[in-house]
Ligand binder design. Structure first.
Ligand SMILES: Cc1cc2nc3c(=O)[nH]c(=O)nc-3n(C[C@H](O)[C@H](O)[C@H](O)COP(=O)(O)OP(=O)(O)OC[C@H]3O[C@@H](n4cnc5c(N)ncnc54)[C@H](O)[C@@H]3O)c2cc1C
Length: 260
C-alpha cells in the first residue's frame, strides 16, 4: 500500500470541505472495497477521510411512506430492519459476517460494483439517494461500471426507500464472495412494477418487458417466454452471457414468488 494521511472529521460538512477538488483524497466508509483496491495498488489516494462514524450518516428515520437510512449504516444493520423485508433479506445475503459488519449502504452505492446487491434494491424500489447537496432518483444514479451520477467530492448522506406494496429478491451467489452472479429485485410500488437486475451488466438495470408482463399479471408464469438479449451481458469465469440471460428469467420468477 502507498502511504496516506488519515482524517476523521466531526461532521459531514467538515468531511466535504476536507475532500475538496483533490482527486488524491477519498472518503473511507467500511473499507471493504477501497482497502482491497489500495492493497492491490489500483487506488493510491494520499488522504483518506473516515466517514463511517459521522452522526449525520448513521441516522435511521421511519416515516409514513417508508424508511430513510443513513449512508453509513452497515449491511448487518440494514439486515436487522424489518420495515421492508426484501431489503433486509438482500442485505443479509451480502458477503459474509465480517463484510456485513463493516460494509455500508453508501459505500456500496458510491462504488457501484456491477454486482452490488444494494444497487438492485435501490433501483428496484425506486429509492432516492440524498447527498450533501441534492437528491438523486435511483433511475438517474447508476451510470455504468463503477460510475455514478455523484460528483467526485459529493457525499451520500442517506437513502430514502419508499415502502413497496410487496417486494422480493432472488440471487445466485458466487460461492467464494457472496456477490450475485445475477440478482433480480421485483417490487410492486405506488408508481408501478419495477424489476432491477444486478450482476449481469455494466451496472444494475431495469427490465421494461418483465415489468409490463407483471403489471398485467403478477405471477411468475407471466414471465414465461420472455427472453433477455444476450448482447451486452457480462461474460467471465463465473458464467457465460447466455447463462446469465437464463438466470435472469429464473430469478425474476423466484423474486415474484418471494414478494410480500
Ligand atoms: C470478500 C468480499 C465479499 C463481498 N461480497 C459482496 C456481496 O455479496 N454483495 C455486495 O453487494 N457487495 C459485496 N462486497 C462489497 C461490500 O459490500 C462493500 O462493503 C461495498 O462495496 C463498499 O462499501 P464500504 O462501506 O466498504 O465502502 P468503502 O470501501 O469504504 O468505499 C468504497 C467507495 O465508495 C466511496 N464512498 C464510501 N462511502 C461514501 C459515501 N457515503 N458517499 C460518497 N462516497 C462514498 C469511497 O470513497 C470509495 O471510493 C464484498 C466485498 C468483499 C471484500
Amino acid at each position: 500500500m502507498h502511504p496516506f494521511r488519515y482524517l476523521r472529521p466531526e461532521s459531514a460538512a467538515e468531511a466535504v470541505a476536507a475532500r475538496g477538488e483533490d482527486d488524491e483524497t477519498r472518503y473511507l466508509a467500511g473499507g471493504q472495497s477501497l482497502l482491497p483496491a489500495l492493497k492491490l495498488r489500483l487506488a493510491h489516494p494520499s488522504v483518506l477521510i473516515d466517514i463511517a462514524r459521522l452522526p449525520e450518516l448513521r441516522t435511521l428515520r421511519r416515516h409514513q411512506g417508508g424508511l430513510e437510512a443513513g449512508a453509513a449504516l452497515t449491511h448487518a444493520e440494514i439486515a436487522g430492519l424489518d420495515d421492508i423485508p426484501a431489503l433486509a433479506a438482500l442485505a443479509g445475503s451480502i458477503g459474509d459476517l465480517q463484510i456485513r459488519n463493516m460494509g455500508t449502504l453508501g459505500g456500496s452505492l458510491a462504488h457501484n460494483d456491477p454486482a452490488s446487491d444494494h444497487a438492485a434494491a435501490v433501483l428496484g424500489l425506486g429509492a432516492t439517494v440524498r447527498t450533501d447537496r441534492r437528491e438523486i432518483a435511483a433511475d438517474g444514479f447508476f451510470l455504468d461500471m463503477f460510475e455514478t451520477a455523484l460528483e467526485p467530492d459529493e457525499l451520500i448522506v442517506s437513502v430514502n426507500f419508499p415502502r413497496p406494496r410487496r417486494a422480493g429478491y432472488a440471487k445466485v451467489r458466487n460461492p467464494a464472495s457472496g456477490y450475485p452472479v445475477v440478482g433480480v429485485f421485483v417490487a410492486e410500488t405506488d408508481g408501478g412494477i419495477r424489476v432491477a437486475v444486478t450482476g449481469a451488466g455494466g451496472c444494475v438495470f431495469r427490465l421494461p418487458d418483465f415489468e409490463a408482463a407483471l403489471a398485467d399479471n403478477f405471477r411468475p408464469g407471466a414471465l414465461a417466454g420472455l427472453a433477455t438479449p444476450v448482447n451486452g451481458l457480462n461474460r467471465d469465469i463465473h458464467a457465460t452471457a447466455e447463462y446469465r440471460a437464463h438466470l435472469i428469467g429464473v430469478l425474476a420468477g423466484r423474486a415474484v414468488e418471494r414478494c410480500r
